[in-house]
Design a protein around this ligand. Structure first.
Ligand code: NDP
Ligand SMILES: O=C(O)C1=N[C@H](C(=O)O)C[C@H](O)C1
Length: 246
């Protein structure tokens, strides 16, 4: 049995993780907590799953590393500065692994992978992400990661800058620039998590769309992470791709 703790246990995602861990045959819930002051309750866990808040997750990971507990992280907000800080933390605690997945949906991982594959074949690419209005961060971690993957794929292929004649703009009208890719964030009541990656070249466009219909859909990916994290070859892994063989 894998002993699992959950940080953010009463949140939208954490409550699904608690259920999934309790229902799976090979995992056992040690404790679920919702405040930093309660961390002692997960001592004894092999793995902690973190779905909390971008502002607290690094502090959580610092505590887990110091206590020799592997982490599976869904919390968003991991830009290069935070990843570098995390690498420094892990360097001081060999033997502790962290898996950060910007999106645990298997179809979402495929959407990002397909987008990176398509990117070199199109002059223009922009991302539209659509989420529920309770989301704290914008753009989403998924959109941020997709933009990075597209940017890398375009650079590897020696792509020219995207065409854009805009010289006059109301702030934000062209979205945020993430690694050279424009990202537009919508917050819509009734939605959960959705993304479109729109590609265009002369006479043709391609749109790749992913929709999360409920939060249960993230759980196969979370459990895969819980089962895999201790055996990962690197201390820090970003994305489910290597585990899925992508
Ligand atoms: N990677 C993925 O596939 C997915 C990632 N996410 C990401 O997960 C994160 C959480 O999303 P969501 O569940 O919607 O958010 P919620 O706000 O519903 O849940 C966050 C929970 O974390 C708790 N919390 C806050 N601080 C701490 C702390 N220091 N230690 C432990 N728990 C704490 C909160 O408690 P309280 O309310 O009392 O403050 C709350 O219960 C976001 O960053 C989101 O983007 C979401 C969906 C999928
Ligand atoms: O906050 C959410 O809901 C989600 N957050 C993640 C993100 O920022 O990409 C994953 C998914 O989009 C749902």
């Amino acid at each position: 049995m894998i002993k699992v703790g959950v940080f953010g246990a009463h949140g939208r995602m954490g409550s699904e993780v608690v259920k999934a861990v309790q229902e799976a045959a090979d995992t056992e819930l040690v404790a679920g907590i919702d405040a930093a002051g309660e961390r002692e309750k997960v001592r004894g866990a092999d793995v902690v799953v973190d779905f909390t808040h971008p502002e607290v997750v690094l502090d959580n990971l610092r505590w887990l590393a110091a206590n020799g507990i592997h982490a599976v992280v869904g919390t968003s907000g991991f830009d290069e500065r935070r990843l570098s800080e995390l690498r420094d933390i892990l360097a001081r605690h060999p033997g502790v692994n962290v898996l950060i997945a910007p999106n645990f949906g298997i179809a979402a991982v495929l959407m990002m992978n397909f987008a990176a594959k398509a990117a070199p074949y199109f002059e223009s690419t922009e991302i539209i992400e659509l989420h529920h209005p309770n989301k704290a961060d914008a753009p989403s971690g998924t959109a941020y990661r997709t933009a990075e993957l597209i940017s890398q794929a375009r650079a590897d292929a020696g792509a020219e800058p995207m065409p854009d004649a805009t010289t006059s703009e109301i702030d934000g009208a062209r979205g945020a620039d993430v690694a050279g890719v424009r990202v537009h964030a919508l917050r819509i009541q009734g939605m959960i998590a959705h993304q479109e990656v729109v590609f265009g070249t002369h006479g043709e466009t391609l749109t790749i769309r992913h929709d999360s219909m409920n939060r249960e859909s993230f759980m196969p990916g979370v459990l895969l992470g819980v089962r895999s994290v201790a055996g990962l070859p690197e201390q820090l892994t970003v994305g489910l791709e290597p585990i899925l063989g992508l």
